[in-house]
Ligand binder design. Sequence first.
Ligand SMILES: Cc1cc2nc3c(=O)[nH]c(=O)nc-3n(C[C@H](O)[C@H](O)[C@H](O)COP(=O)(O)OP(=O)(O)OC[C@H]3O[C@@H](n4cnc5c(N)ncnc54)[C@H](O)[C@@H]3O)c2cc1C
Length: 432
Amino acid sequence: MKVTVIGGGLAGCEAALQLANSGVKVWLVECKPIVMSPAHQSENLAEIVCSNSFKSNDINTASGLLKEELRRLDCKLIAVADSCAVNAGGALAVDREKFSQAVTKLISSHPNITIKQEEAEGFYEGVNIVATGPLTSDKFLKVLKKHSGDLLYFFDAAAPIIAADSIDIEKAFISDRYQKGTGDYINCPLSEEEFFAFWQQLINAKTAVVKDFEKNAIFEGCMPIEVMASRGKDTIRFGPLKPVGLIDPKTGKRPYAVVQLRKENAKGDMYNLVGFQTHLTFGEQQRVFRLIPALKDAEFLRYGVMHKNIFINSANLLDNAFALKSDKNIYFAGQITGVEGYVESIASGLVTALNCFRRQKNLTDVHLGDNTIIGCLSRYITTPNEYFQPMNANFGLLPPLTENIRDKKQKKEMYANRSLKEIEEIIENIGV
Ligand SMILES: Cc1cc2nc3c(=O)[nH]c(=O)nc-3n(C[C@H](O)[C@H](O)[C@H](O)COP(=O)(O)OP(=O)(O)OC[C@H]3O[C@@H](n4cnc5c(N)ncnc54)[C@H](O)[C@@H]3O)c2cc1C
């Protein structure tokens, strides 16, 4: 049995490793470094293109719960992420270089996986898993259009990265929100006056020209900071710049607003501006973000950028196993299916591999739960929907609890317990 996985990103690598560990011979086709998307920069597989955060590890959040479900399902990439974690309070953030290198090593040393370095320009003989991601190469987009009809899209943006030694630490303080963590964030406080000066420049700053850009096609979960700021004076102060849970040791008070910086790598020589996805021109990023007092001399190692993200109309095209209804030899995985986010893409790679393997062995499809994040996300992606839009892990996907619980914390704990119980039952039945 042989499967070709097209795209060695997060979903493709997870799918390849799952299949290879089940004894399937896998061809993994990756176009880097021959063809590089505007966001990919490294030659390694499983490249993380923007923030290095896989979000919360707390199982009482949807993202934390999804990761815990994945750990129990023996997810390979989450195991690597855990082993490359950098301190980030309650979040799972990784050293992106170490993460990609470790995944590349796992794949290239696997006896059942052959890496083919080429740009796919069509499908391969036999079973294919398409995991070419939101920035699928132009040649393959043409193939997809032919096979899967009109493609859908949205725009999302990445945040800039700055050099640690360019931060004016005298004007910042190290602390985690509500002291949860090990001093993982550098906080840049702004007084009321400084905040309004910054806000005013931000909303009037020049944005970059993005090909085919449409303002109303921005993904809410990855809203550029300047778009969020334009919604009102206080919007970003209740969003990425919220000061709650932070006390500036110099004043003993909560600042008016705070920009948080999170470590990009284990060495701690690069920092990400948390929540500062942007589509300002590079010059404007320098000018406006340097108005934050601690960042007045910030050296930008990578500027924020905005991209058009492609996905197929999965809800109407794919069956329960993420295979095309019109061609059962072609499966899809990752963000190209409309799941949104690193962990969601990894999860989708795992689900596709599991059912692709089972179908080749004439086993019944497995649905990974009616009360789990992974099961509900998979169902959302494959349920016909006239207004299909990308989806990330959230508790709204889950069916309501049978009890009427008013306490929010207790409600989330109950969601988590119900999900993990169900995952354990499924694992026992299918023997993951
Ligand atoms: C700019 C940007 C910023 C993002 N920021 C975040 C973020 O901060 N947090 C978050 O959770 N999610 C983010 N995402 C969303 C998403 O989680 C990532 O895009 C994620 O990497 C998707 O995983 P994937 O495996 O589907 O695709 P990818 O990881 O992009 O992998 C696809 C792979 O396919 C290869 N490929 C493409 N075409 C071909 C071809 N024709 N032949 C062979 N190989 C091909 C590519 O080179 C790539 O290696 C961002 C996305 C973008 C585009």
